[in-house]
Design a binder for this molecule. Structure first.
Ligand code: G3H
Ligand code: 13P
Ligand code: ZN
Length: 304
């Protein structure tokens, strides 16, 4: 069976990206799985620390079932903040873990990331690290300002940690409120990082596009989401096609898909009490959004 490393290498060579789709429940995972299977697209199913706490022991059973439905899926720990949580994920059988030491001084980030690499690599688990800081809401921390990845430090960071994937900060942002001003990305910094790292797999977090249509459905059905915006689709596609971005993280867009479809269904059918009816609509919408991304942003269709 082909492992995650195989597809990351293939993505780097052939200029597509693996979607890293966050889930915290059955229907979102089903939507992702159905879409990837239908598109014949490898992908990462990602669980944050808080989603791991929310689903607890169900995570492995759910992920293993999804992998049986389509074996191009790989389970990943998103934004692990400590050695202990990464060790837990490695021991549970995750395919990859992210150790997020981005809030630490670089020396401490290197030390922490290196310790996770030492442990995970012995067990054949890949490690993603982060350098620079991404804006927005992550777990319960809110960051107002980007600290872009320093291209020169990026070389030192990769060299000294032996990590497999590097998450960079070039203007993407977590959550549904990404920009106050111009919706852009710092491709100049990306190019500098690529010059200093030479053909190394890079990751974009905070890459939801925040579809206006979904926001309107939420607001038309009792919700109140104002001034939301996301990363323009063409910039993400450019990052995949013309650069070394091989993993693109998406959570907020799937939340919007699930929330818009369930709100609309409940609002249109006031007598519904069977959760399968509205959560099923959420699942369908997640599938549609994931398929769209595979075709139009990730370019990973038929890469399995
Ligand atoms: O990057 C953060 C993800 O969107 C996870 O958020 O901790 O609310 O699951 P969460
Ligand atoms: P979004 O909030 O843009 O979906 O980003 C998700 C993410 O980066 C998860 O790690
Ligand atoms: Zn993230």
């Amino acid at each position: 069976m082909k492992d995650l490393k195989y597809f990351l290498d293939k993505a780097l060579k052939n200029h597509f990206a693996l979607g890293a789709f966050n889930f915290s429940g059955l229907e979102t995972l089903q939507g992702i799985t159905l879409a990837c299977r239908e598109m014949n697209s490898p992908a990462i199913i990602a669980v944050s620390e808080s989603a791991l706490n929310y689903m607890n022991d169900y995570v492995i059973a759910l992920a293993n079932t999804a992998k049986k439905q389509f074996n191009g899926l790989y389970l990943h720990l998103d934004h692990g903040k400590s050695f202990e949580i990464c060790k837990k994920a490695v021991d549970l059988g995750f395919d990859s873990v992210m150790i997020d030491g981005s809030a630490l001084k670089i020396e401490d980030n290197i030390k922490l990331t290196k310790s996770v690499c030492n442990y995970a690599h012995k067990k054949g688990v890949l490690v993603e690290g982060e350098l620079g800081q991404i804006k927005g809401i992550e777990e319960d921390i809110s960051r107002q300002k980007d600290i872009y990845t320093d291209p020169h430090r990026a070389f030192q960071f990769v060299d000294e940690t032996s990590l497999d994937l590097l998450a960079i900060s070039i203007g993407t942002s977590h959550g549904a409120y990404k920009y106050n001003g111009e919706q852009t990305l710092r491709f100049d910094i990306l190019k500098e990082i690529e010059k200093s790292l030479k053909n190394f797999p890079l990751v974009l977090h905070g890459a939801s596009t925040i579809n206006e249509n979904l926001i309107n459905i939420i607001n038309d059905n009792g919700g109140d989401i104002q001034n939301a915006n996301g990363i323009p689709e063409n910039l993400l596609k450019m990052a995949v096609k013309d650069h070394n971005i091989v993993k693109i993280n998406t959570d907020s867009d799937l939340r919007l898909a699930m929330t818009s479809a369930t709100r609309q269904c409940l609002n249109n059918n006031k007598s519904i009490i069977d959760p399968r009816e509205y959560l099923g609509k959420g699942r369908d919408k997640v599938k549609e959004i994931v398929e769209y991304k595979i075709k139009n942003i990730l370019l990973s269709q038929n890469q399995f």
